[in-house]
Write a protein of this length. Structure first.
Length: 313
C-alpha cells in the first residue's frame, strides 16, 4: 500500500523542482527526503525521478504519477476546508488561467456567467505567460486557460481549444485624433501616430501585415505587452490604438476616447483551453455556452460597469 506521506514528499519535490528546495519547505534534511522518496520508488517498483548529477527530472512513471498525486492532495485540501467550514458544502471551484494578452474586461465578461449559476462557485484566477499556464493546465492545477489564440502544437500539452467567439477591431483615440482619423479612413492614418499591442497578442502579426498593406507602418510610435498601458498612452493623446469591439463602449467611457474607424479585416478570437475534448465542468460550460453572445454583444447580462468590472477594460 502507498505511504501517502512519501507520496506527498514526491509531489512537493516535483512541484518545487528539487530535493534541496523541497527539504527547506518541508523542514527536513535533504538526506531524509531523498530516503523517503527512495522508499516510495521501491514500494512502487519503478523510479519516479531520473537523477543526473544534482538534477532530478521526472521519469515516465513520475510524469504519470504526478497528476494523480496532485488530485489526491487537492481533494485533501478541499476536504479539510469543507470540514472547517461546512457552510461551503456543494461549492464548485473553477481554476482559471488568463494569458496576459486577454484584456481584463473581456475576461470578466467571459467568466461572469460562471458566478451566476444556482450552485455557488469559487473562482480562482491567475494571470501569466501562456507557456506557464499551459504547464499548470497539464499538471491539473487549472480547469481551463482563456487565451486569444488556440493551444500551440509545440507546447507538448495534450489539450483542446474551444473557440468562444470573436470580435472585430476598432481604432480609437482622443476626440481630436479620432476626428482626424475618421476623414478618409483608413488612408488618414498615414498622417497619425499609432499604438499597437505587443508581439504576445494574437492580433499583433495580422495588424502588422495590414499596416504594411496600407503603408502605415512608419507611424507606429509604441508597442505594448500591457494593454492597460497602451490605453493609458492613448488616453494621453500619444496615438490611436485598436480595441476589440466587444469592449468599445467601456474603453471609450473609461479613457475618454472615441471610435475612429472599424477594422473588419482582423477578428480577435478567444479560446477556452482545457484537457477535456468535451467540456463537463458546470462553470466551464456556463462560460462556453454564453461566450458567443457576450462577444457579439447580444447577451442579456448585467452591465459590467454597474457590477464592479475591472478598472482595466
Amino acid at each position: 500500500m502507498i505511504n501517502y506521506k512519501q507520496l506527498y514528499y514526491f509531489w512537493q519535490v516535483a512541484k518545487l523542482g528539487g530535493i534541496t528546495r523541497a527539504a527547506e519547505q518541508l523542514h527536513l534534511t535533504p538526506q531524509t527526503l531523498s530516503g523517503q522518496i527512495g522508499e516510495l520508488e521501491r514500494t512502487l517498483g519503478t523510479p519516479l525521478f531520473i537523477r543526473t548529477g544534482r538534477r532530478m527530472e521526472l521519469s515516465a512513471a513520475g510524469q504519470l504519477a504526478l497528476p494523480h498525486a496532485e488530485q489526491i492532495f487537492m481533494l485533501g485540501n478541499e476536504l479539510e476546508a469543507l470540514l472547517h467550514n461546512p457552510g461551503r458544502q456543494g461549492e464548485l471551484t473553477l481554476r482559471v488561467g488568463l494569458t496576459d494578452a486577454v484584456p481584463k474586461s473581456i475576461a470578466y465578461r467571459l467568466l461572469a456567467p460562471a458566478l451566476q449559476l444556482s450552485q455557488p462557485v469559487r473562482l480562482l484566477c491567475q494571470e501569466e505567460k501562456p507557456e506557464k499556464l499551459f504547464a499548470e493546465l497539464a499538471l491539473h492545477h487549472l480547469d481551463l486557460v482563456i487565451s486569444d489564440r488556440p493551444l500551440p502544437a509545440t507546447v507538448g500539452v495534450k489539450g483542446y481549444s474551444h473557440r468562444l467567439g470573436c470580435s472585430p477591431l476598432i481604432w480609437v483615440g482622443t476626440p481630436t485624433l479620432a476626428e482626424r482619423a475618421r476623414h478618409d479612413f483608413p488612408h488618414s492614418l498615414r498622417e497619425l501616430p499609432l499604438l499597437l499591442p505587443g508581439a504576445n497578442a494574437a492580433q499583433s502579426a495580422p495588424l502588422a501585415r495590414w499596416l504594411q498593406e496600407q503603408k502605415l507602418a512608419t507611424h507606429v510610435v509604441g508597442e505594448f505587452d500591457d494593454s492597460a498601458l497602451m490605453k493609458s498612452f492613448g488616453e494621453a493623446g500619444v496615438g490611436l490604438f485598436p480595441v476589440p469591439e466587444v469592449i468599445l463602449e467601456e474603453v471609450c467611457r473609461h479613457y475618454g476616447v472615441e471610435p475612429a474607424g472599424r477594422l473588419d479585416e482582423i477578428q480577435v478570437s478567444y479560446y477556452a483551453i482545457s484537457l477535456e475534448r468535451r467540456l463537463t465542468h458546470p462553470a466551464v460550460l456556463a462560460v462556453s455556452q454564453t461566450a458567443h453572445q457576450l462577444l457579439s454583444g447580444k447577451a442579456e447580462t448585467t452591465n459590467a460597469s454597474t457590477t464592479g468590472s475591472p478598472a482595466d477594460p
